[in-house]
Design a protein around this ligand. Structure first.
Ligand code: ZN
Length: 120
């Protein structure tokens, strides 16, 4: 399996991406059920590792997109304009959209190539 990118850029803002074992995530204060986290102020994303005590490969793909959407909502102003900077409003939207968008991308590789093509 291809490892996650070390960095993504969201509307010009770089976010470092790291993969951490479950123990490290919990040591850093994560909820035991948390599979990833995004710190929009420190500009980093953490993903829980694949494997025992971690998550499945498909779950990590979903988590990577989930955390990326948090970054997109923050960087685009959606978090403030639509969710009133309320994580309890944003989280369900991210949780519903991430698997739907992941399914869209995975089932439509031609769409992905079309959207990401280089333009003259
Ligand atoms: Zn979330």
């Amino acid at each position: 399996m291809i490892r996650p990118p070390r960095r993504i850029v969201v509307i010009g803002q770089p976010f470092d991406v790291t993969v951490v074992p479950r123990d490290v995530a919990m040591y850093n204060g994560a909820d035991p059920h948390c599979l990833g986290m995004t710190d929009v102020h420190e500009a980093f994303i953490q993903l829980r590792a694949i494997g025992a005590g971690g998550q499945s490969p498909m779950s990590q793909l979903d988590t990577m997109l989930h955390e990326s959407l948090h970054a997109v909502f923050y960087a685009s102003g959606t978090f403030g304009a639509v969710f009133d900077k309320d994580h309890t409003k944003e989280e369900p939207a991210v949780g519903l959209m991430a698997p739907a968008i992941l399914d869209l991308l995975r089932k439509n590789p031609v769409l992905v190539r079309y959207l990401t093509q280089k333009l003259p």
